[in-house]
Design a protein around this ligand. Structure first.
Ligand SMILES: [Zn+2]
Length: 432
C-alpha cells in the first residue's frame, strides 16, 4: 500500500463521516500540508468518488467548496439472516437504502437453499442498472463467524452451516468483494453509524430475538475478539443447576430462559395449563392452522394486558439485564441498544433490563448510561452490513487494488489478520 492510498483513504473517511468537508478542514484534521490535501481531493474528484458542492460559509479569504462522497457512483448489497427471516437492502455509498425486502426464511433450511434465496431476493432489488453499479456485498448470519475467512464456525443453531464458505460463494457469484459477519455485530455497527453523535463510540447492542446475540463497538470499531467469538451473550450461563437444555447442548444458558424460543416454550406450557386465557385462545387458533406459537404472540399478549405474557417478557428482561450488568461494569459503554423482536415489547422489556443493570453495576458506569431501543425501523442490520462493506471498500489495502480500475469488480475482499491495527488511526466512517 502506498502513502498516497493511505492518505486518500483517510481523506475519504473524513469526508464520508462529515468530520471534515472542506480542504482547509481536511488539512486541520489530518495535519497534512495543503499540497497533499489538494492532490488527494483532486484525485478523489477525478475518479468520481468525491463531488464538490456549494461554497462553505466563508471564514474570510477565498471560500472553499463543500466536499461530499459521490454516493451514486456505486451501490452495495447488505443482507441479514435471522433465525426466521431474511432482510436484504441495496444502498448507495452514503448507506441510504434504495430498495429493500424482508421475507420469512428458516435458517435451518441450510446454506445452499439460504444462499439461493438470498440471490433470488437480491435479484428482485438489483435492477440491471443497479447490478451494473454493484461494488460490494455483506451478509450477516445469526451465529459465530470467522470474519477473516468469511464463514460460520460451529454455530449452535444453523445446522449444516459450519465451515460453509459463504464469502467465497458470494464473491464468485457477484464478482465483487464480499464479507460475512455475525448479525448482532452488523446491527451494532448500523445503529452506531446512524446515531454516533448521540450514542458515543462505546456501545453495546443486545439482539433479543429467537436467540440472544450481542454486538460491541469499542472506540468506534467493531470488537470481534481474538477469534470472532466476542458477543456470545446467549450462551452464558444464568442457572448452573438448570434442567432447561439449550439449543447449544449446554444447560442453563441465558437463551434457554430468555430467548424467543424459550419464551414460546413457556407460553405454550402456560396455555396448556390454563394459566393464560389469551395464550390458550391464541394457541388453539394457531393449531387449527397447523402453525406453532411464536414469540410475536407473546408480544401481542403484552399489548393485550395478558399477565402471563407480561411476566415472561419481564423475566426475560431481568435475566438479560443481569448478564448485561456484568458487561456494563467491565466495558463501561455510553449506550446499550436493545434490538430484536423482544425489544419491540417496548418498556415491558426495557424497564427490567435497565432496572437490573442500575442495581447491579457501579454508579460511575450507570450514571449517564442510556439503555434504549434502536429506532431504525428494524433496518439496523442491513444498514450495518452496507456500512461494513463501504468501510472495507475504502480501506487503503482494498482501495489500492481497485482504484486504478475505477471500480471493485473482480477484486476479492481482504483476508488474514484483522486484529492488526489500521496503519493510520482512521476514524472509521459511519454512514453519514
Ligand atoms: Zn446455549
Amino acid at each position: 500500500m502506498t502513502d498516497h492510498t493511505r492518505t486518500l483513504s483517510l481523506v475519504l473517511s473524513l469526508i464520508r463521516s462529515g468530520t471534515a468537508v472542506t480542504r482547509p478542514d481536511l488539512g486541520r484534521q489530518t495535519g497534512l500540508g495543503r499540497t497533499i490535501i489538494t492532490q488527494r481531493v483532486d484525485h478523489a474528484i477525478r475518479v468520481g468518488l468525491v463531488a464538490e458542492g456549494e461554497p462553505a460559509p466563508s471564514t474570510g479569504g477565498r471560500p472553499s467548496r463543500i466536499l461530499r462522497i459521490d454516493s451514486g457512483r456505486g451501490v452495495v448489497l447488505g443482507a441479514v439472516f435471522g433465525a426466521t427471516h431474511l432482510h436484504a437492502a441495496v444502498t448507495d455509498l452514503d448507506g441510504t437504502v434504495l430498495a429493500e425486502r424482508r421475507v420469512a426464511w428458516d435458517i435451518e433450511s441450510g446454506p445452499e437453499a439460504s444462499l439461493a434465496t438470498l440471490v433470488d431476493v437480491a435479484g428482485q432489488l438489483l435492477s440491471p442498472e443497479l447490478r451494473e453499479r454493484l461494488w460490494g456485498v455483506c451478509v450477516g448470519v445469526p451465529g459465530p463467524v470467522d470474519f477473516a475467512r468469511g464463514m460460520p464456525v460451529r454455530p449452535p443453531i444453523m445446522a449444516g452451516w459450519h465451515g460453509f464458505p459463504l464469502r467465497d460463494r458470494l464473491e464468485a457469484h457477484y464478482d465483487v468483494p464480499a464479507w460475512v459477519d455475525n448479525d448482532a455485530n452488523l446491527m451494532a455497527l448500523g445503529a452506531w453509524s446512524r446515531t454516533r453523535a448521540a450514542a458515543g463510540d462505546n456501545i453495546l447492542l443486545v439482539k433479543a430475538s429467537t436467540g440472544i446475540g450481542l454486538g460491541l463497538m469499542s472506540r468506534g470499531r467493531l470488537h470481534r475478539g481474538a477469534r470472532g467469538a466476542a458477543g456470545d451473550l446467549g450462551h452464558t450461563i444464568v442457572a448452573e443447576e438448570s434442567r432447561h437444555r439449550c439449543r447449544c447442548g449446554k444447560f442453563g444458558c441465558l437463551e434457554a430462559f430468555a430467548g424467543g424460543w424459550a419464551l414460546t416454550r413457556d407460553a405454550r406450557a402456560a396455555a396448556l395449563e390454563g394459566r393464560s386465557p389469551f395464550l390458550a385462545e391464541r394457541l388453539e387458533r394457531l393449531e387449527r392452522r397447523g402453525a406453532p406459537l411464536a414469540v410475536t404472540d407473546v408480544l401481542d399478549g403484552c399489548l393485550a394486558g395478558d399477565r402471563v405474557s407480561t411476566e415472561l417478557v419481564t423475566r426475560a428482561g431481568e435475566l438479560v439485564g443481569g448478564q448485561l450488568a456484568t458487561l456494563v461494569s467491565v466495558f463501561n459503554p455510553s449506550t446499550v441498544y436493545l434490538a430484536g423482536v423482544l425489544a419491540q415489547a417496548g418498556d415491558v422489556f426495557r424497564d427490567p433490563v435497565a432496572e437490573v443493570v442500575a442495581r447491579r453495576s457501579l454508579p460511575l458506569a450507570t450514571d449517564e448510561l442510556v439503555i434504549d431501543r434502536v429506532d431504525l425501523d428494524r433496518a439496523e442490520g442491513v444498514v450495518g452490513a452496507a456500512t461494513l462493506a463501504i468501510d472495507e471498500l475504502l480501506h487503503p489495502d482494498l482501495l489500492d487494488q481497485w482504484l486504478r480500475h475505477g471500480n471493485p469488480r473482480g477484486i476479492r475482499a481482504r483476508t488474514g489478520d484483522f486484529t492488526e491495527p489500521l496503519p493510520l488511526d482512521l476514524p472509521l466512517a459511519g454512514a453519514r
